[in-house]
Design a protein. Structure first.
Length: 567
């Protein structure tokens, strides 16, 4: 892992070094483009002077009237015109502008122009004449006099091309190059320019140092690119390329010592940081692993304690040294699940012991209190006949209805009733309630005779009627109307139980299902009816509660294709 980290670090540093070299090279290339642009501007200035109509007119007049009394005035005009161009293009690092004619010479800076001897000026003028009006770069003595650009001005009126004079521009290369902001970012740099004949035009070697006798780019292994080179005890980034005019070359060396020292320091620092990180990671890993494993050790101790104390599970207590109830991670979940499992097992063992005792006790009581259901029916029948004998018709009716109810409820023969059987059960129940509440209870039962033999789940109507009686009559003095109807609606059988005097709470069934309302008494019966129907026939059928026309309405929907099939 450490070896891979060192390799990755070296790759990153090498990539950073290459990016840095490319960035520096791009910056230096931009500086060289700026120098090229300034040299090009000087070339354009010479053409502007050549084409200046005012200068053409003045020089033509001076040429045709060399002994005129207006010579002084013409000199003043030329001098003013040259100074105007000089001031305008001084930012292109024009050192001075000189105009040589057969009558007089005019300079924007006579002191600087005096550095050229008369012989040298004549040689430059002859070179310009040989160029036939083209601009000529004079590169022979740039070290002492600067870079010169000479051009012969010829008369273009009537295309006579008569020589009118020679213009010489002097460019301060040293100032031009040192003013580039890109070069000012480096502690030291060297810059050389050579012409197409490999003659040295410019060398920025500081004073006191021996300049190269040959152009630096000749020693460069990479041309039109960059490379690292060493001069003495110092490292330099070498960038070579071509300058305008075509055929000139530049070589730029910028100090690479600071960058190299920074990279070396970065390598050392990266190694130390990597070593420190490895040590810290090892210590942190040990601490983290220990912080995890100690909780697994505690869990193992719990398991061992649980296994060893299986004979006294009721005395088992979870470990309290750490509060795992508050932890939300997997460790807390494991401990909580184990604690819950242990508690549940303890509770199950205890409850199993208790249930076993209760079962034995229930079996004993069942043996003591076992009664044949026929004994109950015979007893009710005896009470019925006795009531008839003494003329208690109401008691006889209630006992007879109660016996029929018990017989139907305790019957284990079928899981389904026919509609007629279910209605008979409801009528027996209502007969008992009618005897109890007398005129306060009024009920109507309407059924389609064709549906009498249709099979429905056992005991699905009577609980709804019982719910209506409980909520609408008991505890109240008002009269209650209960209407029961059984009819076929298209593809399903609909059973409706309506009562006055009470209302269903909105969304009651849904609230009973999700626990928003705790089912009690008849609420459990409503849920039981709905669940039984849905289990037998699907979720499209069941119990539906609503309030219609001031009456609580319970509707049961059953599929018609199951009406005559035994379930």
């Amino acid at each position: 892992m450490a070896g891979a980290s060192v390799l990755i670090t070296n790759i990153l540093l090498k990539s950073y070094n290459n990016l840095l070299l490319d960035s520096v090279s791009a910056s230096l290339s931009f500086a060289n483009d700026d120098i090229t642009q300034k040299l090009d501007s000087s070339y354009e200035l010479s053409y502007t002077l050549l084409a200046d109509s005012s200068l053409q007119q003045i020089l033509t007049e001076l040429k045709t009237k060399p002994g005129s009394t207006e010579t002084a005035s013409l000199y003043t005009k030329i001098n003013s015109r040259l100074h105007a161009y000089y001031l305008e293009h001084q930012k292109e690092y024009i050192s001075y502008i000189s105009l040589y004619t057969d009558v007089f010479d005019c300079h924007t800076d006579a002191r600087k122009a005096a550095s050229l001897s008369s012989k040298r000026i004549e040689e430059i003028m002859q070179t310009a004449r040989n160029a036939n009006g083209k601009a000529v770069w004079i590169t022979d003595d740039t070290i002492g006099h600067g870079l010169l650009l000479a051009r012969e001005i010829r008369q273009y009126d009537n295309l006579s091309l008569t020589p009118l004079g020679t213009i010489i521009l002097c460019i301060d290369l040293d100032k031009m190059i040192n003013s580039c902001p890109m070069f000012s970012e480096y502690d030291s740099f060297y810059y050389q320019i050579t012409d197409e004949g490999d003659r040295l035009i410019y060398d920025s070697t500081p004073s006191g140092q021996e300049p190269d006798k040959q152009p630096i780019y000749r020693h460069s292994q990479a041309y039109n690119g960059h490379q690292l080179s060493k001069r003495g005890n110092h490292w330099y980034l070498s960038l070579t390329g071509e300058l305008y005019p075509k055929g000139w070359h530049y070589t730029c060396l910028v100090s690479y010592d600071k960058i190299k020292n920074t990279l070396d320091s970065s390598r050392l620092l990266s190694f130390l940081l990597l070593l420190s990180c490895c040590i810290l990671i090892a210590l942190a890993s040990r601490y983290i692993i220990h912080s995890f494993t100690k909780h697994f050790g505690i869990l193992l101790q719990k398991m061992q304690h649980f296994a060893s104390s299986c004979d006294t599970l009721t005395n088992f207590e979870p470990d309290t040294r750490y509060n795992y109830q508050e932890r939300k991670d997997e460790i807390g979940m494991l401990h909580r699940q184990f604690d819950q499992m242990a508690e549940q097992i303890s509770d199950l063992v205890e409850s199993n012991y208790t249930k076993e005792l209760l079962v034995k006790e229930a079996q004993l009581k069942a043996l003591e209190m076992q009664i044949n259901p026929h004994f109950l029916y015979n007893t009710l029948e005896s009470i019925n006949w006795r009531a008839k004998a003494i003329g208690a018709s109401t008691i006889s009716l209630m006992v007879e209805s109660l016996g029929n109810l018990f017989r139907a409820i305790l019957s284990k023969s079928n899981e389904s009733f026919t509609i007629s059987e279910e209605i008979a059960l409801v009528e027996n129940y209502l007969t008992i309630q009618k005897c109890r509440f007398d005129d306060r209870l009024v009920y109507f039962i309407r059924t389609d005779p064709r549906l009498s033999d249709a099979l429905v789940p056992k005991m699905i109507i009577q609980p709804l009627v019982e719910n209506a009686v409980s909520h609408a009559i008991e505890g109240m003095r008002k009269k209650c109307l209960i209407e029961i109807s059984v009819q076929r609606q298209h593809e399903f059988l609909e059973i409706i139980v309506q009562n006055s005097g009470s209302r269903f709470e909105d969304g009651l069934l849904e609230k009973l299902r999700n626990g928003a309302v705790t089912p009690k008494g008849f609420g459990i019966g409503l849920l039981n009816i709905d669940k039984r129907i849905k289990l037998m026939f699907g979720s499209d059928y069941g119990l539906f509660l609503s309030n219609e026309n001031e009456m609580a309405t319970a509707r049961i929907h059953l599929p018609c294709d199951h009406l005559y099939k035994k379930k």
